[in-house]
Write a protein that binds this ligand. Structure first.
Ligand code: ATP
Length: 415
């Protein structure tokens, strides 16, 4: 057998003696099953090789040398590895649990630092899983209210009747089941920050009451008479462009102006693709601190798929996908086959929109187009055997977002 010096480095001199079977010569560490058949068909195969104590992921192609019907041997072509993930790009920054290399995200962090020192209302807009709650947390942690409570309430997760009493509290006997007084989130957040997630989902009638609370800085518990003073800073979030909700008559303009004194926009993950692989690597590092598998690197195929995916569930989806791949796969290389099934579907319905890179600027309805249609929601639920947590995981959205979308699609009902 003749090997180029480069191939000897890759394969090691011991394995390139004449007569060495192909797979042995390649010193494949994993996934060898089926490879030989592919190689003998002349197909290019992504393979993992171990040489010099290191793991290499290479594109391998074997061509048979034949004389008539007689096979003389092989020519094995090894494609060079591509670069490793996460080493290129700008300087990284971690800001209150948010990691990025993206200049836009870093600018946002600087604004958060400034706004945190004020009492201004902040409205965070971004798709599901982009880190809106982390931003709210950061605003609280930097502010002078940091010693006070931080409370979060998801306005989409509660039916309107319950939402009012969750926000403003109720007095005993206010409604059936109100067996004792309840303070509500505003009072529980007194002296601190209240995060109103999915604020656009608050029904119009309650919007009026919320506006009154923000203007008078007092609440009236459900069933109560006298106003109770509260000292709360509001950070609100939504995945919808509020202006459009106002235009559509679903949201009060006066409340919008009251809430979005400082609007912040969190870019989706597909609009900061440079963050995908390094973030994926970080999630893997976290997983392997407690898990049995040690992943040294991603295969080029896996890298390609991760980078081109549409990420409708953003960073949350990425973390879930990494967890899946970590658990499903084996060995030191994370392969494309380790990724969840939707990555191998020929045209995943929610994959990267062709226009993803030219994503619209602030205040345009970037999130709207990515919503799952009712069939996709139903299909995910069916695949998950009706388990909403699992269906949400598959769709890369939170359980609450799934619930909200089901509700919007008229598929509501039982929680
Ligand atoms: N830049 C980031 N770096 C590291 N982790 C992140 C980042 N952004 C988000 N995450 C993680 O992604 C998950 C979702 O974040 P978060 O709950 O803040 O998103 P959200 O926009 O509020 O989502 P939703 O609208 O669905 O409630 C969290 O586990 C968070 O830790």
């Amino acid at each position: 057998m003749v090997a180029t010096p480069e191939a000897e480095t890759r394969l090691g001199p011991a394995s390139v003696r004449p007569g060495t079977p192909l797979l042995e010569a390649l010193n494949l560490t994993e996934g060898a099953k089926g490879l030989e058949a592919l190689l003998t068909q002349g197909r290019q195969v992504e393979a993992t090789l171990r040489a010099d104590g290191r793991v290499h992921v290479m594109q391998v192609r074997a061509l048979t040398l034949e004389q008539g019907a007689r096979r003389l041997g092989w020519v094995v072509l090894l494609g060079a590895e591509t670069e490793t993930e996460g080493t290129e790009g700008g300087t990284e920054e971690t800001f209150h649990g948010m990691w990025t290399r993206d200049p836009g995200m870093k600018r946002l962090f600087r604004i958060v630092e400034k706004v945190a020192r004020t009492e201004s209302s902040v409205l965070v807009r971004g798709e599901s899983g982009t880190g809106k709650e982390l931003v709210a947390n950061a605003l609280h942690a930097i502010s002078t209210r940091r010693k006070g409570p931080f409370r979060a309430i998801n306005c989409a997760a509660l039916p309107p009747s319950l939402l009012e009493s969750e926000l403003f509290g109720h007095v005993r006997g206010a409604f059936t089941g109100a067996v004792r007084d309840s303070p509500g989130h505003f009072r529980l957040a007194d002296g601190g920050t209240l995060f109103l997630d999915e604020v656009a989902e608050i029904p119009l009638e309650l919007q009026g009451k919320l506006l009154r609370v923000l203007e008078t800085r007092t609440i009236i518990p459900v069933g109560g008479r006298s106003p109770v003073p509260v000292n709360v800073r509001i950070v609100a979030a939504t995945h919808r462009p509020l202006r459009r909700e106002v235009e559509a008559g679903r949201f009060r303009a006066d409340l919008m102006y009251r809430l979005r004194v400082v609007p912040l926009f969190l870019p989706s993950l597909r609009d900061r693709r440079g963050d995908i692989l390094p973030l994926a690597r970080r999630f893997l590092d976290e997983l392997q601190q407690h898990g049995p598998r040690h992943v040294e690197r991603f295969s080029p195929g896996a890298r390609r798929l991760l980078e081109s995916h549409g990420w409708p569930g953003n960073v949350r989806e990425l973390r879930n996908v990494m967890e899946y791949a970590y658990v499903i796969g084996e060995g030191p290389v994370l392969h494309e086959a380790d990724l969840p099934p939707e990555f191998s579907e020929p045209h995943p319905p929610r994959a990267a929109a062709p226009t993803a890179r030219q994503s619209p600027p602030q205040e345009l309805p970037s999130a709207e187009g990515k919503e799952h249609n009712p069939e996709e929601l139903r299909a995910a639920l069916a695949r998950a055997g009706g388990n909403r947590t699992e269906a949400a995981r598959q769709l890369g959205i939170s359980r609450v977002t799934l619930w909200r979308r089901l509700r919007a699609a008229g598929e509501t009902g039982k929680q």
